[in-house]
Design a binder for this molecule. Structure first.
Ligand code: UTP
Length: 302
């Protein structure tokens, strides 16, 4: 049981309706953020956290995710013939891959909880990590929060550790918000016990400003909780409801505040997608200086 966590689930089967028409025929997880598709950042984070088996939950219109993580000998051969070292280097993410990829399809978008439940056979009796395919962690070493969560998970014998971020009180209604004993001023990078989770609390009712932030570690108990979770009004199985069941079962569920240097970007709507694109393009080691120059020039016109 004290083996390190090696398995991760990446739910990427949602419809992405908030990003239509961009997502009409391509997965939102494949939208570029700077020079890479969003899901590549997620996978690189998982690999850097030494997760060696990655299950991606896909669905209809999501084939390109599988193609993206598959080697393409013809393309590599053509780039080698052309002597294009820079582009070959950009494709190295395939060769140096320290992870094995697995795929399963969620044939209808029955909710995030349902997507995670499809990982049950893959996970078996092990603990696992879950990283949403449409959320990126920024900063130097973006894997460090997840690494910390996985180590703490083993150390405290958690049923779940849930990454959280501080949000403005007027924004809390958009998120799953956790309750803890005490106020929202919790230390970063440490597990803090959660007493309840409220999904999208009406304005003014949020118990804290700590919002669930797309990274989790779970013991196999989550699958039992998911099985017990009733569908919501839209007929979807929500992961938040299953996590509340874990708490009601008396199992230890913790929050893990992401430190400010590891801001999370959700690309699920256009406002946050644009923000992510701009910030990642600015941070790009090859092109960032050009983007900065362009934005500075543009700022005069605004
Ligand atoms: P969202 O809550 O953003 O839902 O999913 P969505 O369906 O993708 O997008 P909208 O609301 O239609 O615009 C958060 C994450 O959970 C995955 C998504 O792919 C995304 O990575 N997800 C969501 C699933 O895998 N299956 C689902 O049924 C729902």
């Amino acid at each position: 049981m004290n083996q390190p966590i090696t398995k991760a689930i990446v739910p990427a089967a949602g419809l992405g309706t908030r990003l239509l028409p961009a997502t009409k025929s391509q997965p939102k997880e494949m939208l570029p953020v700077g020079r890479k598709p969003a899901v590549q950042y997620v996978v690189e984070e998982l690999q850097a956290a030494r997760l060696s088996k990655i299950l991606i939950i896909t669905g209809r219109r999501k084939r390109s995710i599988e193609d993206h993580f598959d080697v393409e000998p013809e393309l590599v051969a053509a780039l080698e013939r052309a002597g294009n070292e820079a582009l070959l280097d950009d494709l190295r993410y395939l060769n140096k891959s320290s992870a094995r990829f697995f795929y399963t399809r969620q044939s209808a978008p029955k909710g995030l909880g349902h997507a995670v439940s499809l990982g049950r056979d893959f996970v078996g009796d092990d603990d696992c990590a879950v990283a949403l395919g449409d959320s990126l962690i920024a900063g130097n070493d973006p894997a460090s929060p997840l690494r910390g969560m996985m180590a703490a998970h083993k150390h405290v014998g958690a049923a779940a550790i849930i990454a959280v971020e501080q949000v403005a009180p007027e924004e809390a209604f958009r998120y799953g918000i956790v309750s803890i004993d005490g106020d929202s001023a919790i230390p970063a990078d440490e597990p803090v016990a959660i007493t309840d989770i409220v999904e999208k609390p009406p304005t003014g009712t949020a118990p804290t400003n700590l919002a669930i932030a797309a990274r989790y570690t779970f013991s196999p108990a989550i699958f039992e909780a998911l099985q017990r979770t009733a569908p919501d009004r839209k007929g979807e199985i929500q992961l938040t409801d299953a996590m509340n069941i874990l708490i009601r079962m008396g199992l230890p569920v913790y929050a893990w505040l992401l430190p400010a240097r590891h801001q999370r970007y959700d690309i699920g709507n256009f406002e946050s997608y644009f923000r992510a694109f701009i910030d990642f393009a600015l941070a790009d080691e090859r092109y960032g200086y050009l983007v900065r120059k362009h934005i500075k020039a543009k700022a005069y016109e605004l």
